[in-house]
Design a protein around this ligand. Structure first.
Ligand code: DX5
Ligand code: ZN
Length: 220
C-alpha cells in the first residue's frame, strides 16, 4: 500500500513550546505541519490566528497546511497567506461563495483545500474539484483533538478518491480526526494520501515523535 504523507496537528502540541514542537515534528519526519485555526463560533473552540502562523514559520521549511474553521473565511485569507500558509483549507459551510473563496486563495498564490464535515456529502465537490488542490475529509466533527474516528467517513473517502481520479488532476485527499494505527490503514485503503494526526503524533512526548510518525506511515 502507498505510504501516506503525515501532517501532525499542532493542536496536540505543548502550546507553551510551540516553536520547539514544530521543529521536533519536522525533524521526526513530518511531511507537512497541520495548523488548526478555530474561531469560537464556526466551531466551539478557540485556537490561534495568523500571528502564531507567522511566528512559527521560521521553525520549519515544510509546507504549512492551514485548516481554517472560521466564519467568515475571505476576510482572513490575505493574513494567513502573508503569515506563511502554503495550503489553505476552508469549510464551504463557512461562507456563501466557496468557489470565489477558492479563487481568492489561488490569487494569493496558495494551494486551496475544501474540508468536508462528517455530514457534508462528497457531492459538494462537484463544481469545485477542477479548481482545488486538496480535499480534507473530516473524520470527526471539527473543534477538538482526541475524538474517535467516525467510520462512515471511509465511504466518503472512497467516493472522493473516485472523483479525484476521474478529474485526472493531482488533488491531495487528506483525512483529519481520530487517525491512529488502526484507522490510518483504513484511510489509505479507502484512497487517502495525507493523514492528519494530532494525538497519534504527539503522544509520549518529543522522544516518541519519530517512532509515532514512522508507525503511522508504516500502518498505511
Ligand atoms: C479537529 C482538528 C484536527 C484535530 C485532530 O477539529 O481539525 O486537526 O486536531 O486531532 P486528533 O488527531 O487528535 O484527532
Ligand atoms: Zn484540522
Amino acid at each position: 500500500m502507498a505510504t501516506p504523507l503525515i501532517s501532525p496537528s499542532i493542536l496536540s502540541a505543548d502550546f507553551a513550546r510551540l516553536g520547539e514542537e514544530v521543529r521536533a515534528v519536522d525533524a521526526a519526519g513530518a511531511d507537512w505541519i497541520h495548523v488548526d485555526v478555530m474561531d469560537g463560533h464556526f466551531v466551539p473552540n478557540l485556537t490561534i490566528g495568523p500571528g502564531v502562523v507567522k511566528a512559527l514559520r521560521p521553525h520549519s521549511a515544510k509546507p504549512f497546511d492551514v485548516h481554517l474553521m472560521i466564519e467568515p473565511v475571505d476576510l482572513f485569507l490575505e493574513a494567513f497567506a502573508a503569515a506563511g500558509a502554503d495550503i489553505i483549507t476552508f469549510h464551504p459551510e463557512a461562507g456563501p461563495h466557496a468557489h470565489r473563496t477558492v479563487q481568492a486563495i489561488k490569487a494569493l498564490g496558495k494551494q486551496a483545500g475544501i474540508a468536508l464535515n462528517p455530514a457534508t456529502p462528497a457531492k459538494m465537490l462537484d463544481y469545485l474539484i477542477d479548481d482545488i488542490d486538496l480535499v480534507l475529509v473530516m473524520s470527526v466533527n471539527p473543534g477538538f483533538g482526541g475524538q474517535s474516528f467516525i467510520s462512515s467517513q471511509l465511504r466518503k473517502i472512497e467516493a472522493v478518491r473516485k472523483m479525484i481520479d476521474k478529474s485526472g488532476r493531482r488533488v491531495h485527499l487528506e483525512v483529519d480526526g481520530g487517525v491512529d494505527l488502526v484507522t490510518a490503514p483504513q484511510c489509505v485503503s479507502a484512497g487517502a494520501d495525507v493523514l492528519v494526526a494530532g494525538t497519534a503524533t504527539f503522544k509520549g512526548g518529543p522522544e516518541h515523535y519519530a517512532a509515532n510518525i514512522a508507525a503511522l506511515k508504516g500502518a498505511g
